[in-house]
Write a protein of this length. Structure first.
Lengths: 114, 112
């Protein structure tokens, strides 16, 4: 399968703990995106990268959230000092640089905060 | 900021009937409008998209229309089948940004 891959699929943790998610985009896709989806809602944009550069961040991305894409390939999203409100599905997507190219999503990481 | 409103939130149709989902967007700078289908527990999948220089696009049983003046766009599914049952999201994106702005989704149920 050459689609967007995310790991882990599920994460359960206690409030206050740090968590890190990984996303492997489709090979040769320059752009990588992170979205958050809560139950019954559409995905909300968090941030995106072009190669290793983080070009846009949503106001939803508080200082407890940090994303990296150090070599322009896979990306990690870290949440520090998790809170109940962080419980959601975290989706990753990737696309070619050309703006006419669509974004392809992974299956997501479902985070549950106890 | 950009906002996308979608309705209805739920839609139940008999197999073989048509389904229509309507959306409005707020930012006139939006120029790309994809539609995603999300089955329970699965990833959103692109089913069709339309750009601002086109008023209508069709792909087999699926068609999208765009009215830029009114800032409306809609999805039409004809001859619905049970496997069309899913949540459908309309999306808008501005030319100046790559972020997708999703509507709140329409849960479509096709009754056999």
């Amino acid at each position: 399968d050459t689609g967007v891959s995310q790991d882990p699929r599920h994460k359960i943790t206690k409030r206050g703990q740090n968590v890190t998610f990984r996303c492997d985009p489709i090979s040769e896709h320059n752009r990588l995106y992170w979205y958050r989806q809560t139950l019954g809602q559409g995905p909300e944009f968090l941030t995106y990268f072009q190669n290793e550069a983080q070009l846009e961040k949503s106001r939803l991305l508080s200082d407890r959230f940090s994303a990296e894409r150090p070599k322009g390939s896979f990306s990690t999203l870290e949440i520090q000092r998790t809170e109940q409100g962080d419980s959601a599905m975290y989706l990753c997507a990737s696309s070619f640089r050309d703006q006419n190219q669509p974004q392809h999503f992974g299956d997501g990481t479902r985070l549950s905060i106890l | 900021g950009e906002n996308v409103e979608q309705h209805p939130s739920t839609l139940s149709v008999q197999e073989g009937d048509s389904a229509v989902i309507k959306c409005t967007y707020s930012d006139s700078a939006s120029n790309y409008f994809p539609w995603y289908k999300q089955e329970l527990g699965k990833r959103p999948q692109l089913i069709i998209d339309i750009r601002s220089n086109v008023g209508e696009k069709k792909d087999q049983r699926i068609a999208v229309t765009l009215n830029k003046t009114a800032k409306h766009f809609s999805l039409h599914i004809t001859e619905t089948q049970p496997e069309d049952s899913a949540v459908y999201f309309c999306v808008a994106r501005m030319d100046s940004s790559y972020k997708l702005i999703f509507g709140s989704g329409t849960r479509l149920l096709v009754r056999p």
